[in-house]
Design a protein around this ligand. Sequence first.
Ligand SMILES: *Cc1c(COP(=O)(O)O)cnc(C)c1O
Length: 368
Amino acid sequence: MPKAQETVLEINLDSLAHNYKYLRSKLDKSTKFLGVVKAFAYGNDAVAVAKTLVALGADYLAVAYVHEGIALRNSGIELPILVLHPQPANFRDLIEHCLEPSLYSPRILREFIKVAEAQAQSDYPVHIKFNTGLNRLGFWENDVAYVMSQLNETSSIRVKSIFSHLAASEDAREQEFTQNQFSSFKSICDELSVQLGYKPMLHLCNTSGVINYPEAHFDMVRCGIGLYGFGNAAAEDHNLKPIASLKTVISQIHLIEIDETVGYNRGYKAKGFEKIATLPIGHADGIGRHFGNERGYVTIAGKKAAIIGNVCMDMIMVNITGIECSEGDEVVVFGASTPASQLADSVGTISYEVITGISQRVKRRYIF
Ligand SMILES: *Cc1c(COP(=O)(O)O)cnc(C)c1O
């Protein structure tokens, strides 16, 4: 693999295929697989990831917002795309691009029916989202009658699926809560299916749900983080491969003496004769200020180098005292051997935030 010569996010599509196959191996043959590619496929690249998932045989894709779905359609992706959190302002665009909305509240249901009828749609596929304990988006169980009353008055839409989202699928201490989510989801689905007179698809599990609750896969599962190589648990991380490696280079090396300071607001003070390196990556690239002041680190020549002082917009400085390296050398921020989940731990966040935070300024390079 060529060494990085500038800041680059390397995306390994072979690893993506490995993760997809691993997650699929947890499912029954008949269970459908929805790949969650919201937020640029968790900071990677939605189009490249989606095209790979299509080639691998995924059944469905999901994004959070309508414009994310439009970008996929504009790149030629024809798989059904569920839009998890659409807003009424975008319903016309959504229909025009054959995207499928999650309808999550009485207001959203009414607004969507209005637009679908105005466009003379019939049986437009929609997905009804229920809240079973996350208390984020979704109808409540006692909204079933209202949902039915709206559906009975229109032929513009048809329920393609009923779904809900788990609040703590990765947390073994919350098994009882999760089981309660299963039973309330089941009773909602039974009630609604009987009244509909047909059987929509049912889906509930995210990555950790797939891994921890094989009994709750229903007709389809929705995987995001697992595709990108993280299992939300050390044991599962071993079965998955992080697909992204964030690399950069040493722009300049300085030798500084005791009490000399580094960076804005003189955030770091040398404890002795030290060697520091300046790297072309900063908070505008996704290395937030919380990584500064020796909380985050990078890896150079296999050794950890702490990020010293305040993170700048376009640069960070790292302590390379005792590390043999030169200007122009490659630096790893995260990758297969120093996973983003570890870097996340060091600043009190989770892999999801670190990887989705890598900004669009960082060039993407694909490895097959
Ligand atoms: C983001 C999201 C997922 C994917 O969750 P992972 O933990 O990344 O697998 C699934 N379902 C919904 C509703 C989501 O918002």
